[in-house]
Design a protein around this ligand. Structure first.
Ligand code: ZN
Length: 348
């Protein structure tokens, strides 16, 4: 089968590996689509130190079930089912203790991050059956690749305590910020503001019905003042000193900021903007199994938005070029999917 191997930082190449065997309790998936995540780009450049050379990355995927482990008939799954998978894999002994907070298991392995596992920039992948989720009937298979980033988004807004009545600012309108918008709108949040520097992304976000602000055009809080002033909750989908400063400045006293972007491993922040202003700063990373399942339903219920969030579908042979271009700041509004077994023709 074809795999995309990170041969050196800044270069990925197609390689040939044997199709993996599903062991007991595992499912063999024929990968249809795998999305390129910002963390993959930073792994590709070597920037975040969270990917290793020789690794096959990929954690935002959909496909069809091609086989089961010997003697297995996992609950609710059948050959040929269109599925996605939750990349957060727990050892058996942790599953009970960390139920509903699987991401807290210190022994978890995240498919696509863990260098010892071949992940889903490949024709096939083997995944524990408990991590496999059947797509809703009629859901386009390519939308299944959006479930993972939507789960990241849904978990972040749950961490921030969004109930639906708040005014919410999203700092950073890239794919995670866009998924946050999808999740906020699905929760009924009427006033969503997005700060984004890229014009093509701003256009996409405007089409999604949000109020979009260009932070490079002037002070963000001043711009927000034309739309009712500071917000109750801010989701920082960038994660830099600059974005956190914007997030703190634009959130009301006593409000909440959720840090989900991982742009910089270290940031400086104004301590008084948290202490004397009594703001709450919460962190968010991945999702629970429940968040993941809820995100799948959310994507299934919003096919038009899901469609709008996929900007480009490319073949594996073009992946290295796409990674290079994305790393160099290629201005693509939404998600790029690598199609290993496309189920539809695309004109994007
Ligand atoms: Zn990701």
């Amino acid at each position: 089968m074809r795999t995309l191997v990170l041969e050196e930082f800044g270069r990925m190449a197609l390689a040939d590996h044997p199709v993996p065997d599903a062991a007991i309790g595992e499912v063999l998936i024929r990968v249809a689509y795998t999305g390129i995540c910002g963390s993959d780009i930073h792994g590709y450049t070597g920037h975040n130190g969270r990917r290793a050379l020789g690794q096959v990355m990929g954690h935002e995927s959909s496909g069809t079930i091609e086989g089961f482990g010997p003697g297995d008939h996992p609950r609710g799954l059948a050959l040929g089912d269109a599925v996605t998978f939750n990349p957060v894999v727990l050892p058996l002994e942790d599953r009970l203790e960390f139920a509903d907070r699987e991401q807290h298991s210190p022994r978890k392995s995240v498919i696509g991050v863990d260098p010892t596992r071949h992940a889903s920039f490949a024709d096939y992948i083997v995944v524990p059956a408990v991590n496999v989720l059947r797509l809703a009937d009629g859901m386009p298979v390519e939308h299944g690749a959006l479930v993972e980033p939507t789960a990241v988004a849904l978990h972040a807004i749950r961490r921030a305590g969004v109930t639906g009545r708040e005014r919410v600012l999203v700092v950073g309108g890239g794919p995670i910020g866009q998924s946050v918008v999808l999740a906020l709108q699905a929760l009924g949040v009427a006033q969503v503001f997005v700060s984004e520097i890229s014009p093509v992304r701003r256009t996409l976000l405007e089409e999604m019905g949000t109020t979009v602000i260009d932070p490079s055009a002037g002070d963000l809080l001043v711009a927000l003042g034309r739309h009712g002033g500071p917000v109750d909750i801010t989701i920082d989908a960038v994660g830099s000193t600059r974005s956190l400063a914007d997030a703190l400045a634009c959130t009301v006293l006593g409000g909440t900021i959720c840090l989900v972007g991982m742009g910089e491993p270290q940031v400086r922040l104004d301590a008084f903007a948290i202490s004397t202003a009594e703001r709450t700063l919460v962190g968010s990373f991945t999702y629970s199994a429940r968040d993941f399942a809820d995100a799948a339903a959310l994507v299934a219920d919003n096919p038009l938005t899901a469609d709008a969030l996929i900007s480009r579908v490319i073949g594996p042979e073009s992946a290295d070029e796409a990674f290079t271009n994305l790393a160099n700041g290629d201005d693509i509004p939404g998600k790029v999917l690598v199609a290993f077994a496309p189920t539809a023709e695309f004109a994007r």
